[in-house]
Write a protein that binds this ligand. Structure first.
Ligand code: 8YV
Length: 327
């Protein structure tokens, strides 16, 4: 008789997910919110056919080296910079992610951060809670406008395009930079104009980062780029830490060389550059871009669908390395 597949669930997920998996697999469940160490992850993978991981487990040549039965690793995240795809490909191991289901939710948070930093919401609330509101004042908490300004989107994938559409509704002029321009049809759908990186930085009133992290996008925004931005411009990062050089960003914010930054992701998160915590002109979120109840369930269930498909020898819906698939 066919043995049930052995799988690892490397982090706590919703109980419904574990129930789905336990119905058909032998589950090694790491029911905790702390990520496994690299060694422990490698050890637990030794006898597994498949694994469900999150964006903070690093899956590379070393972690999968002795996992001789491993067929598939399913990431509960759209970003897969935690995977060494080349190492997976060499072993013929399937990798999957969770695109589409989180696009609008993440675009919403990008817009929330853009609006919050532009209108100084966090700073204003801290001031109010601090008991400082005694009089109306003409010059208090002056922000910068969002409507009818120029929105510059770096990285025009699914989430970038969803942000562009939100920008349109605010009457914004939308420009974007991407590795390559969108097709005329897609450009038409979000009324966005392709520009080079420098033009975007110099002309945007609001810069939104939505590109994948890779060695090529490491410190894509550093001191030089920040110095090209308008002093009234805002910067939002809902992509990945490491795309922004946080040292350079803290310095630019301390010297008020840009208006402010709205951040959901950080270099070395969950540890933040200590300078960020002391700045008034930032809005800081703890990597919650995809965090709505509906979307997190959709992500979990898509990741489980992918895992179960791969284990059953079927092509998973959202493979990150379809090039290794043979019918
Ligand atoms: C994940 C994310 O929740 O999808 C992504 O790429 O950044 C988030 O939606 C996070 O990576 C944990 O897996």
């Amino acid at each position: 008789s066919n043995a049930r597949p052995k799988i690892l669930v490397a982090r706590r997920i919703f109980p419904e997910g574990i129930e789905r998996l336990e119905a058909v697999c032998d589950v090694d469940y790491v029911d905790q919110i702390e990520p496994l160490s690299k060694e422990e992850l490698a050890r637990r993978l030794l006898d597994k056919d498949g694994a469900l991981v999150t964006g903070s487990e690093r899956v590379d040549a070393e972690t999968i080296k002795n996992a001789s039965a491993l067929k598939i690793v399913s990431n509960i995240a759209v970003g897969f910079n935690n995977f060494d795809v080349e190492a997976l490909n060499q072993r013929g191991i399937i990798g999957t992610n969770t695109p589409d289901v989180l696009t609008d939710t993440t675009a919403d948070l990008g817009f929330a951060l853009l609006m919050a930093i532009s209108r100084r919401l966090s700073e204003a609330e801290r001031w109010l809670r601090d008991g400082q509101w005694h009089h109306w004042e003409m010059g208090r908490m002056l922000g910068v406008d969002i409507h009818h300004s120029t929105l510059g989107i770096m990285g025009m994938g699914r989430i970038g395009q969803a942000i562009a559409k939100r920008g349109l509704a605010f009457g914004m002029n939308v420009i974007y930079y991407n590795r390559r321009p969108l097709s005329p049809e897609l450009e038409q759908a979000c009324q966005a104009t392709y520009v080079d990186k420098e033009t975007l930085l110099k002309t945007a009133d609001h810069v939104m980062l939505v590109m994948p992290y890779s060695p090529q996008s490491h410190h894509f925004i550093g001191a030089k780029e920040l110095s090209m931005m308008k002093p009234t411009a805002t910067l939002v990062n809902i992509a990945r830490g490491g795309i922004v050089d946080d040292n350079a960003l803290v310095e630019a914010l301390q010297q008020q060389r840009i208006f402010g930054a709205g951040l959901d992701v950080y270099e070395g998160e969950p540890h933040l550059h200590p300078g960020l915590l002391n700045l008034p002109n930032v809005v800081l979120a703890p990597h919650i871009g995809s965090a709505t109840e509906k979307t997190r369930y959709l992500m979990m269930n898509l990741a489980i669908d992918n895992l179960l498909a791969g284990l059953a020898g079927k092509k998973p819906k959202t493979m990150i390395n379809p090039e290794i698939w043979q019918d």
